[in-house]
Design a protein around this ligand. Structure first.
Ligand SMILES: Nc1ncnc2c1ncn2[C@@H]1O[C@H](COP(=O)(O)OP(=O)(O)OP(=O)(O)O)[C@@H](O)[C@H]1O
Ligand SMILES: O=P(O)(O)OC[C@H]1O[C@H](OP(=O)(O)OP(=O)(O)O)[C@H](O)[C@@H]1O
Ligand SMILES: [Mg+2]
Length: 279
């Protein structure tokens, strides 16, 4: 039975659970449940602290898990990254009071607060900077105002939290993070199926189906606008001069592509969400 670690709370838990449900697995019904066995799919879910997931998977106690790349790298676990899951995207950055620091070299001798002290120590060592990291569990942005640190290193999405505390990021991002699937390195039974299913969810979320009608004379032009994964499906219409076309396009480009198709002669352009997919 494939053993899968899932975040039990925090920023990753809801989307991770939603993805697994979309992939056809049975999740927990109550947020207090620590384990769930999905007999039909031959998998067992373990609901764990996101920060601990890399430790369990790296030790081989569990086969795979969902966590953040930043948490995984900070853990020092020997697990391996198997797949990007496309949510909880953020960067991990140094930040300090507005105007105070401009490069890592300015951190020499400073105290740097973070929940990710291994990542901080590695970044400082790589830059040849001697500084002290101060481990905090969260709300790291408050530490400078409160006088326990001179700078911070933290997760930045919109940058709003930093700004509200009078801080600004400086230097290059330490890393780009997102939710990922990690594995113990063993090709456990059921792992290929899980990966295929998660891939299906990602494709379903990322693409939409476009249907349109077009005169045969304009078909080549509309196919140039949107050529699909392999090649568009072209079906005859009752009027022999016209055809119906179906093609997958990236949902983020839907409107731009619809405009270009209309310009190229497409009519009755319809958009449909994809519920699930195997590509
Ligand atoms: N605002 C955010 N945008 C994108 N990703 C985020 C954000 N905040 C946290 N993350 C990501 O979520 C993961 C952290 O998970 P964690 O469970 O610690 O979230 P949390 O909401 O900060 O929980 P906690 O309440 O324990 O601090 C990391 O991978 C981090 O990059
Ligand atoms: O750049 P932003 O869009 O402001 O998002 C980044 C913030 O979101 C997370 O905080 P969270 O709410 O998880 O609190 P925490 O610091 O206690 O973990 C993260 O730790 C940052 O503080
Ligand atoms: Mg947090």
């Amino acid at each position: 039975m494939l053993k899968i670690a899932v975040p039990n709370k925090g920023a990753l838990s809801e989307t991770a659970a939603a993805m697994l449900a979309e992939a056809g697995y049975r999740g927990r019904r109550d947020s207090k449940e620590l384990t769930v066995t999905d007999v039909e799919n031959d998998v067992e879910f373990f609901y764990l602290r996101p920060r601990d997931i890399a430790t369990y998977v790296g030790s081989g106690a569990l086969d795979v898990g969902i966590t953040g790349r930043d948490l995984f790298l900070d853990s020092g676990s020997p697990a391996i990254e198997l797949k990007e899951l496309g949510f909880a995207r953020s960067t991990f950055r140094f930040a300090g009071p507005v105007g105070r620091f401009s490069s890592l070299a300015d951190l020499e001798g400073m105290r740097i607060a973070s929940s990710y002290t291994r990542l901080v120590d590695e970044a400082l060592a790589a830059a040849g900077v001697n500084a002290t990291s101060v481990h905090l569990d969260g709300a790291v942005e408050s530490s400078v105002k409160l006088g326990v640190a001179d700078a911070v290193a933290d997760v930045v999405e919109t940058g709003t939290t930093l700004r509200t505390q009078g801080l600004e990021p400086f230097g290059d991002a330490i890393l780009s993070s997102e939710a990922i699937l990690i594995g113990s390195g063993v090709e456990a039974p059921g792992l290929a199926k899980l990966r295929r299913r998660l891939n299906g969810v990602l494709v379903a979320r990322r693409y939409v189906l476009l249907d349109y009608d077009v005169h045969r004379d304009s078909l080549d032009e509309t196919v140039r606008v949107a050529s699909g994964m392999e090649s568009p499906t072209v079906s005859p219409l009752h009027d022999p001069d016209w055809v119906a076309v179906r093609v997958m396009v990236e949902s983020s480009r839907t409107n731009e592509i619809m405009d270009a198709l209309a310009e190229a002669g497409a009519r009755a352009i319809l958009v449909t969400n994809i519920v699930a997919a195997r590509i």
